[in-house]
Write a protein that binds this ligand. Structure first.
Ligand code: HEC
Length: 108
């Protein structure tokens, strides 16, 4: 959970203004994000194996233009925040059955 929070501050850094806490956590968040990097970019509009995570927090799941989501993700109706992201990363397929993001136990 602690690491998820750190990761979120790191992603948040790109999206929102810099806070002292975010700056302090950025380095650790960066390391965690290396686990996501093979599939995800933080740049707007840059989709890879997974969709761009630019502006993730507060965004509705499955809505990045030009990315071919699984029906499960599109139907989830989820909004990404600290809570939903932590649950998803802990067990992607348990939280959104049928998602095509298949990793487990990443991020802490
Ligand atoms: C092996 C490739 C892979 C890795 C590694 C990976 N993801 Fe994903 N991710 C995907 C795929 C594929 C999807 C699309 C899932 C779908 O459509 O069901 C996705 C979707 C997502 C979504 C939903 C985005 C949206 O627009 O709704 C989030 C959030 C996410 N990933 C976060 C992460 C984070 C954070 C990490 C690192 C801790 C990570 N992912 C690591 C492949 C990956």
């Amino acid at each position: 959970m602690v690491h998820i929070r750190t990761l979120i501050y790191s992603i948040g850094l790109v999206v929102m203004t810099t806070s002292a806490q975010a700056a302090g956590d950025a380095k650790r968040g960066e390391q965690i994000f290396n686990q996501c990097r093979p599939c995800h970019s933080l740049e707007a509009g840059k989709n890879g194996i997974g969709p761009s995570l630019h502006g993730l927090l507060g965004r509705k799941a499955g809505t990045v233009p030009g990315y071919n989501y699984s029906p499960a993700m599109q139907r989830s109706g989820m909004v990404w925040n600290e809570d939903t992201l932590a649950k998803f990363l802990a067990d992607p397929n348990g939280f959104i059955p049928g998602t095509k993001m298949v990793i487990a136990g990443i991020g802490g």
